[in-house]
Write a protein that binds this ligand. Structure first.
Ligand code: ZN
Length: 252
């Protein structure tokens, strides 16, 4: 044995792993929101990033230097994401949590769909579109208030006069330490980490499955496309994420 696992590729094997595990944690990426009509920004030719350079519009330096251009893009993004609804994959994770089979969800997504679906234990590693903040005085404002303000102004301002920033981690910003620390702890304690809809190649989220493996836990991958953990995964499901997770719930 060289320690390499031959991944099983059926839902029954995953259901068995979930049943046996004391602590199950889910780690989700853009792929879980695709069935809700939010394209993965890295899929060529699709999504809001197809015709824009993220560094020009969604970088912390862009927010500082060109707030009008930044907010023209981000206001649209808030509006587009605000209309989206959770899909069967988000709901399947809520069902697992309700049944006591899932301890929590760590997500890279900012779209709030886990919250809207009803996930209780949730870490949003990259923040969310729920609110905006003032970096000068710390004031936090609901995004619907900001969206309303954007009808009359090009750059939404805090009461103190400084421009507001969405509470999402922009390009060029660090991930919030508290959330990262919590996520690492959850992954260390997980007997099973369900990696859903993420290519797991973005630092530091891509490190999390390695933490579970080092602590003796199993990793399952439910993602279309390859990941750096495919060879170390106990189960590897490559079908439609909504269908796979719905089938998992049905098998439990
Ligand atoms: Zn302020």
């Amino acid at each position: 044995m060289d320690g390499e696992v031959v991944a099983s590729n059926d839902v029954a094997a995953l259901a068995e792993l979930v049943r046996r595990a004391g602590t199950v944690v889910a780690l989700t990426g853009a792929g879980i929101s695709v069935p809700s009509g939010i394209p993965d920004f890295r899929t060529p030719g699709t999504g809001i990033w197809a015709n824009v350079d993220p560094m020009e519009v969604a970088h912390i330096d862009a927010w500082r230097a060109y707030p009008e251009r930044f907010w023209r893009f981000y206001g649209q993004r808030f509006q587009t994401l605000g209309d989206k609804q959770p899909n069967g994959a988000h709901k399947a994770l809520v069902e697992l949590e309700t049944r006591g089979l899932l301890s929590g969800v760590i997500t890279q997504n900012i779209d709030m769909l886990h919250r809207r679906a009803g996930t209780r234990e949730l870490i949003e590693m990259h923040g969310s579109i729920a609110s905006c903040s003032c970096l000068s005085c710390g004031e936090r404002v609901d995004s619907w208030v900001v969206l309303a303000a954007l009808e009359d102004t090009t750059v939404p301002l805090c009461a103190c006069g400084q421009p507001l920033k969405p509470d999402v981690v922009l390009f060029g910003e660090y991930l919030p330490e508290a959330e990262l620390g919590l996520a690492m702890q959850m992954c260390a304690e997980a007997d099973l980490l369900l990696c859903i809809g993420s290519s797991l190649d973005v630092y530091p989220v891509g490190r999390l499955p390695g933490i579970t493996l080092r602590h003796g836990g199993d990793v399952a991958i439910i993602t279309q496309g390859t990941t750096p953990y495919d060879r170390r995964a106990a189960v590897r499901l490559g079908g439609d994420v909504e269908r796979e997770l719905t089938a998992l719930v049905a098998a439990l």
